[in-house]
Design a protein around this ligand. Structure first.
Ligand SMILES: Cc1cc2nc3c(=O)[nH]c(=O)nc-3n(C[C@H](O)[C@H](O)[C@H](O)COP(=O)(O)OP(=O)(O)OC[C@H]3O[C@@H](n4cnc5c(N)ncnc54)[C@H](O)[C@@H]3O)c2cc1C
Length: 352
């Protein structure tokens, strides 16, 4: 079988590697080998996020898609245990898959702190040695992808936040600051509303990442705009970690976008033989080995290997479930109000 993978982020690389290992012909087409996955993603938190950290999050809404944000908030809260359970199962399986490639998901202290750029470049170098593999560097539009469909058995569109937007998804931007510091910090941690870790290339420097910019329209860029730089500098230098890690100066301001699904789990849509991957969300890069293995098994081998459904049906069900939660909440509020008005007030002899 001949497959085409578009995009060399966590999903694209894992699809390509898995399919090549199964003996298929694979063409990987990407506009560049760097990705939001390789530039921003480094770890995963498996615990419930502390409220104190959430309180300090940097949030900006660009596109007024309040309906999506409202439903996402409800689902994130209502499904928090389901999501934590998913993360635990998916990281366990992803680690096993990566190990079978003779690579490693490293742990630092109690948290995963993973050198994803190193893992991706080793996977790409291994693939380049396989005669069934072909790498093309070029940018593709939705229209060009549709026109290519007759050339391959299946096309996997893994362009991250550049994949055609879906009703159940939202593009959410985030920041990355490289800070000149004098610190002995080693691991990945959640502090003051941001994710912090050491710069793997310069150990005394600190990397600070995070933030939620709803409706972001850029893929990845270095920030040169003075106004935006000043605003973000003020926010970062006022955080407790600035003094804690002896931070001196922000060396690089960067922003990139990931696509979130309404229930925080990735899913695929299918149009003929084109499979589009949506909603990598907060930890899509680290969990991509498990998700891609499940999708390949479901679509190509016609075999379900996990209890998680990565099709659009799952996310649609979760969407309607959240609407049901809203409706029930409204009914409960109305009933409570009526009970108070006609029951308690009458019982106490208060005039209605
Ligand atoms: C600030 C921030 C912090 C994050 N932290 C973490 C973390 O700690 N852990 C974690 O697991 N995840 C993290 N994520 C989320 C994670 O990055 C995403 O879930 C993940 O990158 C999604 O992977 P992807 O393969 O779908 O997309 P991407 O990594 O974006 O890859 C898309 C690929 O497609 C290519 N491409 C794009 N458009 C085109 C085109 N038109 N033609 C051809 N090629 C194209 C790109 O060059 C790229 O190679 C973070 C994201 C951000 C923004």
């Amino acid at each position: 079988m001949k497959y085409c993978i578009i995009g060399a982020g966590a999903f694209g690389i894992n699809f390509a590697y898995n399919l090549l290992n199964k003996g298929h012909k694979v063409e990987l087409i990407t506009d560049k080998l760097n990705s939001v996955s390789s530039i921003y993603a480094r770890g995963i938190s498996l615990d419930i996020t502390p409220f104190d950290w959430i309180k300090n999050l940097y949030i900006k809404v660009n596109n007024y898609n309040y309906k999506w944000i409202f439903i996402w908030t409800i689902l994130t809260y209502a499904n928090s245990f389901y999501y934590i359970d998913y993360k635990k199962k998916a990281i366990y399986n992803s680690k096993k898959i990566i190990k079978s490639y003779n690579l490693n998901y490293d742990i630092c202290g109690k948290k995963y702190f993973i050198n994803l750029p190193d893992i991706f470049s080793k996977m790409i170098n291994n693939m380049k040695m396989n005669t069934n593999f072909n790498l093309k560097i070029m940018s593709l539009s939705d229209e060009q992808i549709s026109q290519m469909s007759t050339q391959y058995d299946i096309i996997f569109d893994c362009r991250g936040s550049n994949v055609k937007k879906n009703f159940y998804c939202e593009n959410i931007g985030g920041y990355k600051f490289t800070i000149q510091a004098d610190t002995t910090k080693k691991c990945f941690s959640l502090e003051d509303g941001w994710f912090l870790h050491t710069d793997v290339h310069k150990h005394k420097n600190l990397i600070v990442k995070g933030g939620y910019v709803f409706g972001a329209t850029y893929y990845d860029q270095i920030i040169n705009n003075k106004e935006e730089k000043n605003k973000m500098e003020k926010i970062i230098t006022n955080k407790k970690f600035w003094n804690k890690y002896n931070c001196k100066k922000i060396l690089e301001f960067r922003k990139g976008t990931r696509q979130y699904s309404i229930d925080m789990l990735p899913f695929y849509t299918r149009k003929n033989n084109i499979i589009s991957i949506h909603g990598g969300s907060a930890v899509g890069a680290v969990l991509a080995p498990f998700v891609t293995t499940c999708i390949i098994s479901e679509i190509i081998l016609n075999k379900k290997i996990s209890s998680y459904d990565f099709s659009e049906k799952r996310v649609r069900n979760h969407y309607y479930q959240s609407l049901k939660y809203c409706l029930y909440s409204i009914i409960v509020i109305i009933l409570l109000k009526r009970t108070y008005k006609f029951g308690i007030k009458r019982h106490l002899g208060i005039k209605l």
